[in-house]
Ligand binder design. Structure first.
Ligand code: KIV
Ligand code: ZN
Length: 513
């Protein structure tokens, strides 16, 4: 069995999904969970792209041990130096530099000749190499590049010191058969290829990212670039959980292994979904709500007799447990803390107090508090960051033949502010009331409601997206009362937007930008 390295880019390409903007605390939480999952490399961000991204990559480099920490940089000198500034704190830093190599990108985007691109790539790798011995080079839009030019360029960057060469299908255009052949021609056409690891980075525009990555592995790729839940630019990237479980479940066919601790997959998937606000489709392979649900009577009967009749993976292997009851109204703070520890959360101090208070509130309105409820609650409470506007209460009067009236109480600078508003429905009325307290220019872009678990008293989970200052921000709120969850989600998105603006302003001021 040969090893396939897992390069996770959830915090970089994944964060390029429209509407996803994670704060530093959330990025560290995801990075720590990825380390627990056993990924080989975490791409923590693109340091030159914004002061916030720089800060996040630096924070991950300083606090996450185990995996290699990578930062993205174009081939420009300033990008590489900035990436190193953020990465130099890591135990195992990697600079990941890239330039496009396809005719269409070189001609229209870069306005450079192939010779200029090759020279720039080599210069970039040499500069990166002067900072760290671990340098990855990516040929952006590699799959649509002229293969003989690509081979020439890869030979040159490997000679300059690149230890990993990445072949992205940037626009998700390849089919598995072609992509496998493409990797094979690189393996055969680059004389010094044995001095570097071949990596692939597939986008999912045609739904083929996972299949293309597997075809590449069959033909010599030994690193695959993935994101949790397949999030990423446009239709996303190859999904970590699908690739890892395909390699594992079909070990008889691929003869490869990864370092992934599969029982952490479900927890990682939930955390990323909860913190990014990217909802997982129910029929998503491996981690979707329905992935292990058998609806047909024939299937149910088969599974009861022998699980493997209709299940090729054991849900316990990816960390899915039953919906058992664990804590209730009479559980104390210590039991609550210990139970969270078992679920993989180490929280203390104010964060623990807040989560415990909300847990107690939940016990008053919900008979059975499950692990799923607790995870949703803690993910919402623990990483939310400072609250400029803190939810206090909501009161609604609504009906089929009357307009809805909402009165909302919000704590601002320690003072309770209350406003009422009337609208056609209760959510709209509550958002109008919040707007009259917040007085910012906001547009509600998206609103999604889901239940965390089944049952009449299920916890409602609302995800919203707002546009503030031209940027999209996601917010999340949970409660057994869906109007309260809606108000909390809206305030959460507003707080995130204001925190992000404040943070970027502070960093810019400190750097004299
Ligand atoms: O899709 C792509 O080509 C990328 C590169 C920067 C690796 O994300
Ligand atoms: Zn990409």
């Amino acid at each position: 069995m040969e090893k396939v390295f897992i390069f996770d880019t959830t915090l970089r390409d994944g964060e390029q999904s429209p509407g996803v903007s994670l704060n530093v605390k959330e990025k560290i939480a995801i990075a720590k969970q990825l380390a627990k999952l056993g990924v080989d490399c975490i791409e923590a961000g693109f340091p030159i792209s914004s002061p916030g991204d720089f800060e996040a990559v630096k924070a991950v480099a300083e606090s996450v041990e185990g995996p290699i920490i990578a930062g993205l940089a174009r081939t420009r000198e300033a990008d590489i130096k900035r990436a190193w500034e953020a990465l130099k704190y890591a135990q195992r830093p990697r600079i990941h530099t890239f330039i496009a190599t396809s005719d269409i990108h070189m001609k229209y985007k870069l306005k450079k000749t192939p010779e200029e691109v090759l020279k720039e790539a080599v210069r970039a790798v040499q500069l990166a190499k002067s900072f760290t011995c671990d340098v990855e080079f990516s040929a952006e839009d590699a799959f649509r590049s002229d293969v003989s030019f690509l081979c020439e360029l890869l030979e040159a960057v490997i000679a300059a010191g690149a230890t990993t060469v990445n072949i992205p299908d940037t626009v998700g255009y390849a089919t598995p058969w072609e992509f496998g052949e493409f990797i094979k021609s690189i393996k055969e056409g680059v004389p010094n290829i044995d001095q570097a690891i071949i990596s692939v980075h597939c986008h999912n525009d045609l739904g083929l990212a996972v299949a293309n990555s597997l075809a590449a592995v069959e033909n010599g790729a030994r690193q695959i670039e993935v994101t949790v839940n397949g999030i990423g630019e446009r239709a996303g990237n190859a999904s970590l959980e699908e690739l890892v479980m395909a390699l594992y479940t079909r070990g008889d066919y691929f003869h490869k292994y990864t370092n992934i601790n599969t029982v952490e997959i479900y927890r990682t998937s939930k955390l990323v979904s909860n913190l990014t606000g990217m909802v997982i489709q129910p029929n998503k392979a491996v981690v979707g709500k329905n992935a292990f649900v058998h609806e047909s009577g024939i299937h149910q009967d088969g599974v009861l007799k022998e699980r493997r009749t209709y299940e090729i993976m054991n849900p316990a292997m990816i960390g899915i447990k039953g919906n058992n009851l664990y804590l209730g109204k009479h559980s104390g703070r210590h039991a609550f803390k210990m139970h969270l520890k078992n679920l993989g959360y180490e929280i203390d101090g104010e964060a623990l107090d807040e989560a415990f208070d909300r847990f107690k509130e939940l016990c008053d309105s919900k008979k059975e508090v499950t692990d799923e409820d607790l995870i949703a609650l803690v993910d919402t409470e623990t990483f939310k960051g400072p609250e400029v506007y803190q939810f206090s209460y909501i009161q609604i009067s609504s009906g089929t033949k009357i307009s809805s009236t909402a009165t909302v109480g919000v704590i601002v600078d320690g003072q309770l502010k209350e406003k009422a508003a009337v609208a056609k429905g209760p959510v709209e009325a509550s958002y109008k009331a919040i707007n009259s307290i917040v007085k910012e220019d906001l547009i509600l872009k998206d609103y999604v409601i889901n239940s965390v678990t089944a049952g009449k008293d299920a916890l409602g989970e609302v995800m919203v997206q707002i546009i503030y200052d031209g940027q999209i921000f996601t917010g999340r709120g949970i409660s057994v009362d869906i109007i309260e969850a809606s108000a909390r989600a809206y305030l959460n998105a507003i707080n995130r937007a204001l925190n992000m603006r404040k943070r970027e302003e502070t960093i810019k001021k400190a750097e004299g930008m």
